[in-house]
Design a protein around this ligand. Structure first.
Ligand SMILES: NC(=O)c1ccc[n+]([C@@H]2O[C@H](COP(=O)([O-])OP(=O)(O)OC[C@H]3O[C@@H](n4cnc5c(N)ncnc54)[C@H](OP(=O)(O)O)[C@@H]3O)[C@@H](O)[C@H]2O)c1
Length: 289
């Protein structure tokens, strides 16, 4: 059933996903997207969030705000938890108070990666870094407050024309280097933030649930960071030698899952959406850069 919707609040709209909503906003005349960022709406501030929902007559929130610095989070546990957990508790309570939809974004890093089969939504969560733990805490808060018509969408390996991401880092490095070592034993699926933004807008009118549903969303296909880097340089026709290395040869502060492929059957079936292969999405993103 299609319900006509109007005002949708996009929080954290200066980030990758939030910025992609800005680029597609004029394609969707049925929605009025209202963009907030950390300076005009801090999601850790319950009163401000509540006031802004009331004042703007918001009917759905898409929470794109997050603490996403995975390695830094190991030292900034409290700040990461404030944004990824306590603020989600605020949003959940506000969604319940005003009986509006909440679409919250979470991550593949809620899983430990010690499997070799794509993760279903109900698989055990055992995060292996602080960022993943704070994101899981946020999910649990939302599930616990349980506003109606709220969903969690877990995604992975997000990139876009905006902000910092793997694609932009590779392109930047290729300007100064002619050889790169890239990890080949972390396996996942890249997600073009613009594809996710488009699909969220398609899904919103059809959300109709009494309990908080979890969905998985990435582009189709699976790769390692090494494969991803190779594809970026192939498409951009950059001559650069890319060599595969083990994650253990590139130590980082935070542990990362070795395998975090998400099974997307549920979101594709329930909302009747088709997702394109990561290579196709990557081509589009690179042509926009
Ligand atoms: N990036 C990935 O690879 C990845 C992978 C899996 C899941 N995700 C999830 O996908 C979602 C979108 O990620 P993204 O890559 O678009 O993130 P991003 O580029 O880091 O953007 C997050 C935005 O949230 C803002 N923010 C931080 N604290 C805030 C606060 N207290 N109030 C309001 N805004 C605040 C940030 O503002 P400042 O710039 O001022 O800090 C930033 O603009 C997040 O939930 C993330 O956890 C991302």
């Amino acid at each position: 059933m299609l319900i006509s919707m109007s005002n949708i609040l996009i929080t954290g709209s200066n980030g990758q996903l939030g910025s992609e909503f800005k680029t597609i906003a004029n394609e969707y005349s049925e929605f009025k997207l209202i963009f907030s960022n950390r300076s005009n709406l801090d999601i850790t501030d319950y009163i401000s969030v509540s006031n802004s929902i009331e004042k703007e007559n918001i009917e759905a929130i898409v929470n794109c705000a997050a603490y996403t610095a995975v390695d830094k989070a190991e030292d900034e546990n409290e700040l990461a938890d404030d944004i990824n957990h306590k603020a989600v508790d605020n949003l959940a309570k506000v969604a319940k108070k005003f009986n509006i939809k909440l679409i919250h974004i979470s991550t593949d890093y809620v899983f430990d990666g010690r499997t070799s089969k794509p993760y279903n939504e109900d698989h055990n969560t055992t995060p292996i870094n602080i960022y993943g733990q704070t994101k899981r805490n946020g999910e649990l808060s939302l599930i616990n407050v349980a506003p109606k018509n709220s969903i969690i969408i877990r995604t992975s390996w997000v990139y876009s024309s905006f902000g910092n991401n793997f694609v932009k880092t590779m392109l930047k490095l290729s300007n100064s280097r002619d050889a790169l070592n890239i990890i080949f034993d972390q396996i996942g699926s890249p997600t073009y933030a613009r594809d996710l933004a488009r699909h969220i807008l398609k899904i919103i009118p059809n959300i109709d649930t009494n309990k908080v549903d979890i969905y998985h969303y990435t582009n189709e296909g699976v790769c390692s960071w090494y494969d991803f880097a190779t594809a970026i340089f192939e498409i951009k026709q950059k001559t650069i030698k890319v060599s595969p290395i083990l994650a253990s040869q590139y130590p980082t502060k935070a542990n990362r899952p070795h395998y975090s492929v998400l099974n997307k059957t549920k979101i594709k079936t329930n909302f009747n959406i088709e997702i394109r292969h990561w290579r196709e999405a990557l081509k589009e993103c690179l042509s926009n850069l």
